[in-house]
Design a protein around this ligand. Sequence first.
Ligand code: ZN
Length: 415
Amino acid sequence: MAERDFLVDFAALSRIGATEHGGVDREAATPADGAARRWLLEWFDRYGLGTAVDPVGNMYGLVEWLPGAPFVLVGSHLDSQPTAGRFDGAYGVLAAVHAVAVAREAVSAGALVPRANLAVVNWFNEEGSRFSPSLMGSGVYTGKLDLAATLAVTDRDGVGVGEALADIGFAGSDPMPPAAAYAEIHIEQGRVLQDTGTTIGVVTSNWAARKYTVTVRGEQSHTGATHLADRRDALVGASRLVLAVRELAERFGRDQLLGSVGRFTVRPNSPVVVPAEVTLAVDLRSADPDVLGKAHELFLAEVDAVTAAGEVSAHVDAMSARPSSRYPSSGIELAEAAARRAGLPTRRMVTMAGHDSVNLNDVVSTVMLFVPSDQGISHSEAEHTEDADLLAGVRVLTEVTTALLTASHPGGLAG
Ligand SMILES: [Zn+2]
């Protein structure tokens, strides 16, 4: 498996669902996601990997040397945000494909004795843009999400996850291969590596996150014929919350707390109608659980304050919390040793964004790696990583994969 092959494959994958400005649009279980998945299946077939699709649409490319033994899983996600970059997730899946192919060749050549089986994984719906929540496939895999409830989740047009997967031919029924360990590589989506001239980031823990769905209710009326005193404008209340989230984040000081409203749905959304109802998706994150806990209380108080002001009512319909957790130190050291063997500088860092590895890390020994993102730009068509960094990441992921495969207890990276 030559390095050039990786770049050729990455260019081919990037053409699927390509957008005008060099990005991709492959939201989960859309026809473009289906096409990217078929491309991956063909790759698995061509290189002799066994294929499996589980009931939530996670795809696996399997290499089974030891019947009944668990698998070292290596992967990421092929789905994207709408008009996103071509590196987020897809890079990690393709890097895993190449790492697994190299490890398999080494075993065939007798250079490596595996103590576990090996599989590439493409997790379903990591992004959570079409179907909420994010990290859906790995959430079901790790038992954090219920399968039946997940398949019933609908998008904004009322199409369910199960139905959408069937539409693209990926409503699978294969069992989920048990994991011995998990490794994932991803673009950093921040600028620490670029700013410090480091090629490989080794993730030590993840930021904690809290997410909320809030609905503000007012009363629908005519924008031209309703006196101000009689208006109950849901959009005015919702706008107060948008600004409150920003002010909350600023109150904690630089990089202590991140906060945004990422989705905003106005009903009925007509130019001549005072909005009756607005739904907001709010996202708060911090590396410090105490900061996030305090921010959580303050945010709930802001929601109450919108209601208390009298014109409209605001309610939190749903909320979820992802705690901050540490990646095992033995995995961090294994990754650093792998990078040293590849002659590449590393830096320990915390991931601000969520990844499937955050789910896997709760149930199995997990290693998470980063490569630089130009200017930290992500979830944008302008996302970019240099070829040399992509290839360096593949080399380190390959080293990590073979190290996990030959570890005497692949699942035993505790610590
Ligand atoms: Zn991603």
